[in-house]
Design a protein around this ligand. Structure first.
Ligand code: STX
Length: 318
């Protein structure tokens, strides 16, 4: 029993779906599972990745009231790929608005990758709204992390995918790829912007799992998905996540130290390497850090899914 491999819960349909209007955005949200269960909110990645049907499957639907929403500008939220009033602090405010709208006192906050960044920003702003935290593939949006993924790091491990990522950028602009992509995304050539968005998304998809997944790369090439994902990520990263300083989320850890938390990290995560999760856990010794030894970035790596489901199962008892 203790050695059982935990998997995603079976697919279920939402019992409630709707939109929340905020500052020119219509935020899509859904509720699944048990309306009287323990409330949990799923924060998706990117930013700009949107929620998915799999998001709800990390929680026992008999025990949890699962809330999934699409952050500003992506997924089913409208207007699609809008960068207006779209910052970390706008999203933090949306999470709190949604909690109030749904009349939830406290909820478990679950987030991987950018979802972990947003979870920390939210919890540090509204600590009394958070009952527990389950974080994966920690990303703190610091210069060294952005540089690793978009300039010099993961490029050494996935050279074929990297060649495709840089190919659409003029050779003399390759010393700052974040900036070069930004110029294309904010320029007037729609076709070029679309091609760049697809290249940007394919790069991330290629690096996300231990065994390169052609299916994921194709899925990320969907032009609607890619446009929101690339434009929103680039906008947040150009603006350094709208943080006061790059250590803000580490420096403010004392605000949330008493919240029970599990940090799950793949050893071979090439998007968000384990150094960041390690640094976070050094500042936050009460949180338990679990390193999955044979895993990459995504929540769908076998070991990572197991650890995430184990964490939500354990917190369901508290
Ligand atoms: N972005 C990391 C991130 O949050 C740098 C992320 N990576 N892939 C995703 O999110 C999705 C699976 C949500 C598309």
């Amino acid at each position: 029993m203790t050695n059982e491999q935990l998997k995603l819960y079976p697919p279920i349909e939402p019992y409630d779906q709707g939109f929340m209007s905020v500052e020119g955005h219509e935020i899509y949200y859904e509720q699944c599972g048990n309306p009287d269960g323990k409330p949990a909110v799923f924060l998706h990645g990117g930013p700009g990745g949107g929620g998915s049907k799999a998001a709800r499957r990390f929680f026992n639907p008999d025990l949890y009231r699962i809330v999934v929403f699409d952050q500003r500008g992506c997924g089913r939220s409208k207007p699609h790929s809008s960068l207006e009033n779209n910052t970390t602090w706008d999203l933090v405010s949306d999470i709190e608005c949604l909690r109030n709208k749904l009349d939830i006192e406290k909820w478990l906050v679950f987030g991987g990758s950018w979802g972990s960044t947003l979870a920390l920003a939210y919890a540090q702003t509204h600590p009394t709204s958070v009952s527990e935290m389950v974080l994966r593939g920690i990303f703190l949006l610091r210069e060294k992390e952005l540089n690793w993924f978009y300039q010099d790091g993961a490029s050494h491990v996935f050279p074929e995918a990297w060649a495709n990522f840089i190919k659409i950028i003029d050779p003399d602009k390759r010393t700052n790829l974040m900036q070069a992509y930004h110029e294309i995304f904010t320029g007037s050539d729609r076709q070029k912007s679309m091609d760049a968005a697809i290249a940007w998304s394919r790069w991330e998809a290629a690096c996300s799992s231990m065994d390169y997944s052609p299916a994921r790369v194709e899925e990320f090439s969907n032009s609607e998905f890619a446009l929101a994902f690339a434009l929103i990520e680039n906008h947040y990263f150009m603006n350094k996540g709208f943080l006061d300083n790059e250590n803000q989320l580490l420096n403010n850890i004392d605000i949330i130290r008493s919240i029970p938390a599990v940090i799950v990290q793949g050893r071979y995560d090439m998007v968000c390497p384990p150094e960041t999760a390690y640094e976070l856990s050094k500042c936050w010794p009460e949180a338990s850090l679990v390193i999955a030894p044979f895993s990459g970035h995504t929540a769908f790596e076998k070991e990572i899914t197991h650890e995430l489901v184990l964490a939500t199962n354990q917190f369901a008892q508290s």
